[in-house]
Design a protein around this ligand. Structure first.
Ligand code: ADP
Ligand code: NA
Length: 339
């Protein structure tokens, strides 16, 4: 089999939640644990992406540390995976600039995430920053600088990956040769985990209501309280219908995808077995399953978070490996451009 390089990233903008885990992080660990010897794994805490919106500097530093501890807690092993803070490797920002000189502003302004953000901006475009428009270029640089062949992400990122491929192909076309490698998207098999408070929106670190998400650090009691208060509906019996019954269906999805739940061929099959339960009983089962799925992560996280020396060592070692990985690409890119 040909050599593969996996790249993926997560923003250090808060403690990762169940959606991050089921939609992305779990797959990162699985890829690592199943990796063939010719597979390289590169995972980044993308702090330069985090500052596309204003951050408190002390808070951001704390989140970076917590996010690193969480990547270790979910089972990433610094000897098997390259784990690093994006801003420790200047090649990411450097390649971004070079790619910015090739990227179409029209294409960028048609991206769904940009359109969503501009639609919500009441005061016109004054508060919208250039970094928010151009961050898909940085994301492309993250991937391309490590010559990634495969990028595991959630559905929300598919459009950005298409953009990265087009940038790579466009660069190769303009400057000749195969300097950049257009990456393949590995879409997570899990559906998006939805907010517990607004099941039409995805669970996200950036939602203001903390009860909308289950953190991977939540205690058993907190998990129970949040799931109990999850928005559902007052219909009798349990059925799986993501359009008509998004709240209940989200709970079924969480059960279906949780490590601690028996495997089912489909959510519909699972829903048939749950049909006789009361909403309360369903919620109890979900809370129990989530607790069993994340309790070892919570314990491991607490252990890593207390070990500052180890976290610093992992970050330094990761930055060194990532810088080395970026060197080949930057040499080829600069030479192609004439820099
Ligand atoms: P957030 O939106 O919570 O800040 P990030 O943007 O840092 O999360 O995304 C990190 C990874 O987690 C990405 O691969 C993204 O697709 C995935 N992800 C984020 N939210 C969810 C969700 N609610 N369900 C499934 N996957 C998600
Ligand atoms: Na996001």
């Amino acid at each position: 089999t040909p050599a593969k390089t996996i790249f993926s990233g997560i923003q250090p903008t808060g403690v990762p939640h169940l959606g991050n885990y089921l939609g992305a992080l779990r797959q990162w660990a699985t890829l690592q644990n199943d990796a063939a010897t010719n597979m390289t794994l590169v995972y980044s805490l993308v702090d330069l992406h985090a500052i596309t919106v204003q951050q408190d500097s002390n808070q951001l530093q704390q989140w970076k540390k917590e996010s690193l501890a969480m990547l270790l807690a979910i089972g990433l092993d610094p000897n098997k995976s390259t784990i690093f803070h994006q801003s420790d490797v200047p090649a990411h920002a450097e390649l971004m600039w070079i790619l910015s000189c090739q990227a179409s502003t029209g294409y960028l302004s048609r991206m769904t995430q940009w359109k969503d953000k501009t639609a919500n901006e009441k005061d016109g475009n004054k508060k919208l920053k250039l970094g928010l428009l151009s961050y898909p270029v940085l994301q492309a640089a993250d991937i391309l600088v490590h010559r990634a062949t495969h990028v595991p992400v959630g559905h929300d990122q598919a459009q950005h990956l298409e953009f990265a491929r087009e940038l790579a192909n466009g660069f190769n076309h303009t400057f000749g040769g195969d300097v950049l490698i257009p990456p393949e998207t590995l879409i997570s098999p899990a559906r998006r985990v939805m907010s517990l408070k607004d099941p039409m929106a995805k669970m996200s670190k950036s939602h203001t209501n903390p009860n909308s998400r289950i953190l991977l650090t939540d205690s058993e009691e907190t998990i129970r309280t949040k799931i109990k208060a999850a928005v559902t509906d007052s219909m009798d019996s349990i059925t799986y219908d993501p359009e008509g019954r998004p709240g209940v269906s989200n709970l079924i999805d969480i059960l279906y995808h949780s490590d601690a739940h028996p495997a089912y061929p489909s959510q519909d099959e699972l829903a048939k077995d749950l049909a006789g339960l009361s909403m309360r009983a369903l919620k109890d089962r979900v809370a129990e399953t989530v607790e069993t799925t994340i309790k070892h992560i919570r314990a491991s996280y607490a252990h890593f978070l207390n070990d500052n020396d180890y976290l610093d060592k992992v970050a330094a070692q990761g930055a060194e490996k990532a810088a080395k990985s970026a060197t080949t690409t930057m040499k080829a890119v600069k030479s192609a451009v004439g820099l």
